[in-house]
Design a protein around this ligand. Structure first.
Ligand code: PGA
Ligand code: ZN
Length: 430
């Protein structure tokens, strides 16, 4: 007799995220049909700052409280409509749960209930099911396929919308590509992070941090950031390009000026006392130069989310040397990813579950990417909570890579710590 897990309760509330803005937390209670035991799963929804325009809708109240950012309407949708739609449904089939959620919303972009309402319930249902079956979440989601610990792409220097400094590109990350275990890689990256802090201090640069916990000093351009990171890697006793490779998230949609048809670099302009603008062609040449000079292996959102032609050019020119990651370009959406695969735009996808709104849809994006030889990176948002579910998801889908910020701020570190526990369970004594 197969065990069933009928949903017995669904509830949401408004909590705060790591930026002090409201977000939605959901709870789902299921009953184990064999034992009669009840199990509860809880999950909370993250929120971006450099949000892609093609993401599913994050429902905000738009009222005076919390400067319009309240999520009482999304909470209300969980506590009424989604609760109604899911009571008695079998949570052991995530696909069916997510189909009910999609039907209940009824729109393409989840504007009716809000992707935040949908995702909170989708994730909480998975947690409740895993709990009811006494399985760790990664194992419930990935079964016997859970074999691979992700390599962290650790964001140690923040810019763009994630900090108030002059660094225009949003994220500078290090990846411990030679590490023999996740724990080893984490240690190496954390040591480099501390040495980077020391270097900033020595050079009279700020050691304050941005939204994702990386340092946020005022530096004139990407070259000076990359030089500083290389220096920190060497100071830590590691070889740049061998032990450690560097990844950039340019978040170029944020720099793109539609009217002018070019990319504006306000920080670089300020530091150099002259206006710095780059065309798509200039951007590609710029990245080509950076990749020649520094041990770059990955470039995310190098161009605007609507510039398919530019992305094709970028991929032709740099696709054999760099991982070219679509974040705002693909928004974890199989339709946009399929377009990218067909056009030859990018060669990897950043997966953020709240860009699409259910686990089933996010997993479909991962599957499509893998079937087409695209890389997959599970990612946090710049606004996070203590929920470390992306750690379980990264292991469950064998993503290979995870992006979850600096080893600083507990909203980021919680994910690293969860991965340490998972590695200990999967590979005791590693
Ligand atoms: P966001 O940034 O969460 O602010 O969108 C993360 C990213 O761009 O990768
Ligand atoms: Zn990004």
């Amino acid at each position: 007799m197969n065990v069933k897990l009928p949903v017995r309760e669904v509830h949401a509330r408004e909590i705060l995220d790591s930026r002090g803005n409201p977000t939605l937390e959901a709870e789902v209670v299921v009953e184990n049909s064999v034992t009669g035991e009840l199990a509860c799963g809880r999950a909370s929804v993250p929120s971006g700052a450099s949000t892609g325009q093609f993401e599913a809708v994050e429902l905000r109240d738009g009222e005076v409280r919390y400067f319009g950012l309240g999520v009482r309407r999304a909470v209300g949708n969980v506590n009424a409509k989604l609760r109604e739609a899911l009571l008695s449904q079998d949570a052991s089939c995530q696909r069916k749960i997510d189909e009910r959620i999609l039907d209940c919303d009824g729109t393409q972009n989840k504007e009716n209930l809000g992707a935040n309402a949908c995702l909170g319930v989708s994730m909480a249902a998975a947690r409740a099911a895993a709990e009811a079956l006494h399985l760790p979440l990664y194992q419930y989601l990935g079964g016997i396929h859970t074999v691979r610990m992700p390599v962290p792409m650790m964001n140690i220097l923040n810019g763009g919308k994630h900090a108030d400094n002059t660094v225009d590109l949003q994220e500078f990350m290090i990846a411990p590509v030679q590490a023999e275990s996740f724990a080893e890689g984490l240690r190496v990256c954390a040591e480099i992070y501390h040495n980077l802090k020391g270097l900033c201090r020595e050079k009279g640069l700020s050691t304050g941090v941005g939204d994702e916990g990386g340092f946020a000093p005022d530096l004139p351009d990407a070259e000076s950031v990359l030089s500083l990171i290389v220096e920190a890697v060497e100071k830590s006793g590691y070889a740049p390009g061998h032990d450690i490779k560097i990844a950039i998230d340019a978040a170029a949609s944020e720099l793109y000026d539609k009217r002018a048809g070019c990319y504006c670099f306000p920080g670089e302009s300020k530091m150099k006392g002259k206006q710095v603008l780059r065309s798509a062609e200039d951007m590609i040449a710029y990245y080509e130069g950076l990749a020649r000079e520094f041990p770059l292996f990955s470039l995310e959102d190098g161009l605007d989310e609507e510039d398919w032609d530019g992305w094709q050019q970028l991929t032709k020119r740099l696709g054999n040397r760099l991982q070219l990651v679509g974040d705002d370009l693909f928004v974890t959406n199989v339709k946009r990813l399929a377009a990218g695969i067909q056009k030859g735009a990018g060669n990897a996808i950043l997966v953020k579950v709240n860009q699409i709104g259910t686990l089933t849809e996010a997993f479909a994006a991962v599957r499509l990417a893998k079937e087409n030889g695209f890389g997959t990176i599970i990612s946090h948002r710049s606004g996070e909570t203590e929920d470390a579910i992306i750690a379980d998801i990264a292991v469950a889908v064998n993503a290979g890579q995870i992006k979850t910020g600096a080893p600083c701020r507990m909203d980021r570190v919680a994910k690293y710590n969860r991965l340490l526990r998972i590695e200990e369970e999967l590979y005791p004594g590693r």
